[in-house]
Design a binder for this molecule. Structure first.
Ligand SMILES: [Zn+2]
Length: 266
């Protein structure tokens, strides 16, 4: 039976609501505009959860008027007709990558989010600094850490970070990049600049718990220490980075260590 129960929405700052999915602690964020229209960032994850998200927003008298995908990974590209037919934005690079890898992404989504639409992203004009919608100014902070064309958005003092600044995941590199560590470090620099803004109150990671500025700065430090250790080939365990206690995260970490190991060093 498909549940359509409205999901819990937590107001992390005035006018910003977050729902957290069961799988991977995946967050979906709604930025509310003055006219009860909202921008939905990365709605996830199962069909029942997307229906429940639509029901929860409707229950508060809100309607989705636009959407944004932070990056071209399947769990950040999901959509459901119950959310309406609205422009769904992403950076030009993210939209192009999602289009080029549509079949592969659909296959990855098939197990946990079968039948959900992944296609239909609209590319922001190159260098667009804001999401074009009717609500509060929504800045785009683009970089290529974790995935090509990744972007955080910043609205109402909330930085919706995509798969960065997580309390659960260590930095997950885009291993297809020419310089995965360099791209990640550049991405952190861009987020660090956003964290210095006067109006910044809350950071919402794509997977994990929302936090305040100090919490986000602590995660940023932990991320930089992680990258330094990875670059230096220093072994890391859960004593140095508590996020490595999780078996899935640990597995991804080991995959990164293997991928970055210089050729010929066994
Ligand atoms: Zn991702």
């Amino acid at each position: 039976m498909t549940s359509r129960a409205p999901r819990a929405l937590v107001e992390v700052a005035p006018g910003v609501l977050v729902a957290t999915a069961r799988r991977y602690t995946t967050t979906s964020t709604a930025v509310v505009g003055d006219d009860a229209g909202c921008l939905l960032v990365d709605p996830a994850l199962t069909e029942a959860e997307l229906r429940g998200l639509a029901a929860a927003l409707q229950g508060r008298g809100l309607r989705v008027v636009a959407a944004f995908s932070t990056h071209p990974h399947w769990d950040h590209l999901l959509w459901h007709p119950a959310l309406g037919q609205v422009p769904r934005w992403a950076t030009a690079r993210a939209a192009a990558v999602a289009r080029a890898h549509a079949a592969e992404l659909r296959e990855q989504a098939a197990d946990e989010a079968p039948g959900l639409a992944l296609e239909g992203l609209l590319a922001l004009p190159d260098g667009a600094g804001h999401v074009p919608w009717t609500g509060p100014p929504t800045a785009v902070v683009a970089h290529d850490a974790h995935a090509p064309g990744h972007a955080a958005v910043l609205a109402r003092g909330v930085l919706v970070a995509g798969d960065m600044l997580s309390d659960l995941e260590v930095p997950l590199l885009d291993l297809s990049a020419a310089d995965p560590l360099g791209e990640y470090s550049t991405g952190l620099d861009r987020l660090a600049a956003a964290l210095r803004r006067n109006d910044l109150r809350v950071v919402v990671p794509g997977h994990g718990r929302p936090t305040d500025r100090d919490g986000a700065l602590a995660r940023l430090d932990a991320d930089r220490r992680y990258l330094d250790a990875l670059a230096a080939g220093r072994p890391l365990d859960a004593n140095q980075d508590a996020r490595l206690a999780d078996p899935w995260t640990r597995g991804e970490h080991e995959r990164q260590v293997r991928a970055l190991r210089p050729l010929g060093s066994g």
